[in-house]
Each structure stands twice: as structure tokens, then as C-alpha cells.
Design a protein around this ligand. Structure first.
Ligand code: PEP
Length: 250
């Protein structure tokens, strides 16, 4: 069975005090009833203190980005080894905000994927179409191309480290959500593309998360779909009650 995952992307929110406060609120929740891996992605500055304060919690830590180089003159960047050294297990690569605001190309993302794998991180690789692409019925082609360019240099065994997050850009932070049927259609398609590129085993084993305005009131319906293995949650992950409700929607 595929791993079910609910991950909270805190983006550029929460200073140190706020991060620890949110972590403490999450630690009080009993996630053991849900058969779900719970991951949080705080900002870089708070990764280490969060790791130090996890205690015996099963919550896993993700970075929101990673640099593709080992070390050196890359002012302002954070290397894979730095993330490893502070207890990070997952990295988000290719979030639409990184693609759109910081011009991260498919080619760069492919390098980040390679660097992350070299250091044995699990990867949450984000793909998803923009509104005009959806309206032009291009969403299947868009996600296929993002998969091909960003991930398909990996071997089948390397793909075991990768989780895919399908996040239609028009649904991120907008309050608009893909319908459960729209999510299922494209998740099924992504799995089919994985089967064609690799094999049925890889397709069956890869967790595919949905992201885009998931809230406590819509999570259950979306997560009920057969090819949806969890969610990448932005806004609602900043509130411990909402995030916990989403986790418990499984
Ligand atoms: C995200 O940033 O990955 C995301 C899905 O955000 P939101 O849940 O706020 O739409």
C-alpha cells in the first residue's frame, strides 16, 4: 500500500516563536488514529529548532527548497548537506511559487532532484497547470512535460524516494479547489504516465498528493478518491486545528 501523507507547507510564515508555538499545538494532536505520515515544512531558519523540539513526535520535517550545488559561492542559498545536518527528511522541489516567482526552470529542478537524491532526501515534487492551460484543456500535457523534464532522468529505484504533489496553480491560495473528480482524473493520468515511463510497480507505489486550497471542509471528499494519497496544504497548515482535522480526514 502507498504511504498516505499530509504535508504542511508553511511558506514564508512564522518566526521562531510562532513556529514553536504551532509545533507545540500539533504535538498535542493525536495523529496515531490516522494512517498518515504527517510532514511539516517550516522556513529554513526554524528547521533546526523544530527538529530539536520534536521529542518523540512522529512528525517529519521538510525543507521548502534546496540548492542543487554541494557548497561554495552561492550567497543566500542552502545546501543539501546543511539540510541533512539539521534533521530534514523531505524537500519540496518545484513548488509553483518557486517556478513562477523565482523562475526555477524544469532543468534547474531536475538538478535539484538529483542533488536531493544524492543526499538521500525524500522529495515532494510539485507539478500543476495554470488557469489558462486548464481552460485550454492542456493540463494533461503540462503535467506530463513537467514530469518528463523534472523527474524522468531518475531510475525506477530512485523514483521510490519521490512523492508527487499535483497542485493546479489556479487553486493555490485562491480558495478555488479542483473538484474531487478533477483531482482523481489527473492523479490517475499521472499514475498512467509513471507506468508508461517506468512500470506498474512504480506507478502503484508512488504517492500522489493533491494541493490547492485543501481545507477541513473539503479534504475528506478529495482524499476519498482512489488515486489521491494525501495533500500538500498551504494556508490551512498554519492553524493546528485545521491541519489536524485535515490529517484526520483519512
Ligand atoms: C501550497 O502552497 O502548496 C498550497 C497548496 O497552498 P494552499 O493550500 O494555501 O492553496
Amino acid at each position: 500500500m502507498r504511504t498516505q501523507i499530509v504535508a504542511g507547507n508553511w511558506k514564508m510564515n512564522c518566526n521562531l516563536d510562532e513556529s514553536l508555538h504551532l509545533l507545540n499545538a500539533l504535538k498535542l494532536k493525536d495523529f496515531s488514529k490516522a494512517d498518515v505520515e504527517v510532514v511539516i515544512a517550516p522556513p529554513f531558519t526554524n528547521l533546526y529548532p523544530i527538529h530539536q523540539n520534536l521529542n518523540d513526535s512522529s512528525i517529519k520535517i521538510s525543507a521548502q527548497n534546496i540548492n542543487e550545488n554541494e557548497e561554495g559561492a552561492y550567497t543566500g542559498e542552502i545546501s543539501p548537506d546543511m539540510l541533512k545536518s539539521v534533521g530534514v527528511e523531505y524537500v519540496i522541489i518545484g513548488h509553483s511559487e518557486r517556478r513562477a516567482i523565482y523562475n526555477e526552470s524544469d532543468e534547474l529542478l531536475a538538478k535539484k532532484v538529483t542533488a536531493a537524491l544524492k543526499h538521500d532526501f525524500k522529495i515532494m515534487f510539485c507539478i500543476g497547470e495554470m488557469l489558462d492551460q486548464r481552460k485550454a484543456d492542456k493540463h494533461f500535457d503540462v503535467v506530463k512535460e513537467q514530469l518528463e523534464k523534472g523527474l524522468f532522468h531518475l531510475s525506477a529505484s530512485e523514483m521510490k524516494q519521490v512523492v508527487i504533489a499535483y497542485e493546479p496553480v489556479w487553486a493555490i491560495g485562491t480558495g478555488e479547489t479542483a473538484s474531487p473528480e478533477q483531482a482523481q482524473d489527473i492523479h490517475q493520468y499521472i499514475r498512467q504516465v509513471l507506468a508508461e515511463q517506468y512500470n506498474q510497480d512504480v506507478a502503484d507505489q508512488t504517492s500522489i498528493l493533491y494541493g490547492g486550497s485543501v481545507k477541513p471542509n473539503n479534504a475528506r471528499e478529495i482524499f476519498a478518491k482512489k488515486d489521491v494519497d494525501g495533500g500538500l496544504i498551504g494556508g490551512a497548515s498554519l492553524d493546528a486545528d485545521s491541519f489536524a482535522e485535515i490529517v484526520m480526514s483519512f
